[in-house]
Design a protein around this ligand. Structure first.
Ligand code: NDP
Length: 244
């Protein structure tokens, strides 16, 4: 049976790989983006050429009305969302004493409130059908500390708390909530760190390399698939052994 999936931040990086993978698994996919309109639309066009169903929609996840409207557009096209992937996220290094209230709110607004908004937008239908799957993208920095990343790290830890609590609350309703915690993955987000730091991070990773967006998409596909039908409230760390 065809499912409708909605992936936030689907235009680039990990989100784009998740979109491609879920489409390959047979989902009709809503590709949410904020600024990268061309990339999101090119991705949707690429998938449609391959015979998949995909629609690019702009929706700032930190804006409840905007992201809810984006979800409704996708649902009007493909039917109610049954697979929600909260992937959109932002990171910026800053020393704790320099973090303004606006900066803190911005990080949490996207990384945490974003998931709160999208989940509440899709939940009524999932509860009615007693079926659905939610996957939140956290980070290894939500599992261990990260100097100069306190806001990001705290926001990613919040997603793990959200995942576990909501999984307990929704399990009796047949809705599964899980979380993927990626290690260092080669995307625009980490390019700002520079080649030297990225090489250091690869060396610090027991598997001796950085991860790929496709490797994170595979973890998401596991949670979204039938093979995970008895799995909920879990955090799957995909990090080449980084935090062992
Ligand atoms: P990128 O910076 O490459 O891409 C970020 C994506 O999020 C883009 O599609 C962007 O959309 C979207 N986005 C940002 N803000 C908003 C917003 N307010 N509303 C909607 N979409 C938004 O990041 P990655 O692909 O690397 O990261 C994806 C997720 O994985 C994030 O949650 C990140 O925290 C997490 N992660 C990444 C790791 C890594 O090493 N790369 C490690 C651990 C976790 P647009 O382009 O349209 O602006």
């Amino acid at each position: 049976m065809k499912k409708t999936a909605f992936v936030t931040g689907g235009s680039r990086g990990i989100g784009r790989a998740i979109v491609r993978r879920l489409a390959a698994e047979g989902c009709a996919v809503g590709i949410d983006y904020l600024q990268a309109r061309e990339q999101a639309e090119a991705l949707a066009a690429e998938l449609r050429v391959q015979g998949h169903e995909a629609l690019a929609v702009r929706g700032d996840v930190s804006d409840r009305g905007a992201v809810t409207a984006a979800i409704r557009l996708v649902e009007a096209e493909f039917g109610p969302v049954e697979v929600l992937v909260n992937n959109a996220g932002i990171a910026e290094q800053r020393q704790f004493q320099d973090i303004s209230q606006d900066f803190w709110r911005h990080i949490f607004g996207v990384n945490v409130d974003g998931a709160y908004h999208t989940i509440q937008a899709v939940l009524p239908h999932m509860l009615h059908e007693k079926r659905g799957c939610i996957v939140n993208i956290s980070s290894i920095w939500g599992q261990r500390g990260a100097s100069c990343e306190t806001a990001y790290s705290a926001s990613k830890a919040a997603l793990i708390g959200l995942t576990r609590s909501l999984a307990m609350e929704l399990a009796p309703s047949g809705i599964r909530v899980n979380c993927v915690a990626p290690g260092v993955i080669r995307t625009d987000m980490v390019e700002v760190l520079g080649e030297e730091t990225l090489s250091d991070l690869a060396r610090e990773t027991p598997m001796g390399r950085l991860g790929t967006p496709e490797e994170i998409a595979a973890a998401v596909a596991f949670f979204a698939g039938e093979g995970a039908s008895f799995v909920t409230g879990q955090v799957l760390t995909a990090d080449g052994g980084f935090i062992l």
